[in-house]
Design a protein around this ligand. Sequence first.
Ligand code: SF4
Length: 457
Amino acid sequence: MCGVVGVYAPGHDVARLAFFALYALQHRGQESAGIAVADGATIVCHRDMGLLSGIFDEDVLTRLRGYIAVGHTRYSTTGSSVVVNAQPLLERAAFGDVTLAHNGNLTNTDDLRGTLSAATVLQATSDSEVLAKAIVQAPGDDLVAKIRYTMGRAEGAYSSVMSTEKALFAFRDPWGVRPLCYGRNPGGGYVFASESCALATIGAHFIRELEPGEIMWVDGDGLHCEKIAQPKPQALCMFEYIYFARPDSLLDNRSIYMARLEMGRQLAREYPVDADVVMAVPDSAIPGGIGYAEEARLPYVEGLIKNRYIGRTFISPDQGMRNRGVQLKFNPIVENLKGRRVVVVDDSIVRGTTTPRIVKLLRDAGAREIHVRITSPPIIDPCYLGVDMATHEELIAANFTVDEIREKIGADTLGYLSKEGLLTAVKRKRGEMCLGCLTGEYPETYVARPSAAMTAR
Ligand code: SF4
């Protein structure tokens, strides 16, 4: 999980445009962030640990002058959470400066590392640095040729934005695991971003998503695109629909909000229950909660108020931080809960540490019955394609039955959306999405590389 942004807009304050676009992608990573700016002659990069608001101020943004910007907000998957792994990465190559921002996980990092020259010094510990160096060292007269060559060898997820001093590049792996879209900057130029909400934030007009295996680039001659990799079985991450992407984003030309609303409706059809009110765990489960309430013809109420200044529990890098976050994060609205039979809709149960605390909060607030409904099927396997979910041992649904989980979380009833119900809600067929963590069946990019589990955290 990371967010990437690329801006090519001569005559505009591209650092500021990238900054606000990244702000809209802060939910995709809160550990570190950075912006690199190219001015035609060189690239200057500023990156650090923490949230965007703590890394960039007026002075920093004013110093980042140029007409191309590449931005990144990071949550670590491979490579630890330290500043050397913060992105964009900057490579001082013989042919000039290059900067890269990458979202995803490679599944053949070791193979790719083995192709680097013996003199290569790796400073970071992430697969992204291997990808950047592999591109820089690839044969080819220009960066498009080098990217094309590397895309023929890299496996896994890599929605990326890259720039030289004079041109901006964006490319998406042939499986299309992570999203990447682009639009037109109203005053001239183009913007690339992980999600369309980032384009909307800076007033850019969404054009379309990059196709899997497509590379696009912008230079003094305008916008160019090329489908450079052979099509592969599509493997867009289902969790982009369930949890990761912002509800105001479009994915595959579908509104994330509408997809989540439908997940809630479908869940109500699959797991109805006699209850008084429906609530959702804020924020990402809210559309699902509204959908459930609509279908069940029950009132939707706010049962928990979230302190939005404490990071998302799922996204925190260690268990200690997660535990503290849960305690501090929610306050119940007693008036909406006391004496009532409550349906609580959430988007997922990963380790099963957050849900019992929420159930207890609601019981302490006076809820008479608590019926937990989850808008995803049980997560039974880890992710090797860019999401640090948990290990197999940590995943509660990999180790316990639904009824055992219900007992552990302290709910009166528990219902998970079925896999077929989920596919119906997002209007996709099996084989068109990655459902690996829900089915144990991974897309070709991972299946072909069983050793990936050793390189991906
Ligand atoms: S394994 Fe799960 S989280 Fe990972 S890409 Fe596939 S659907 Fe997404």
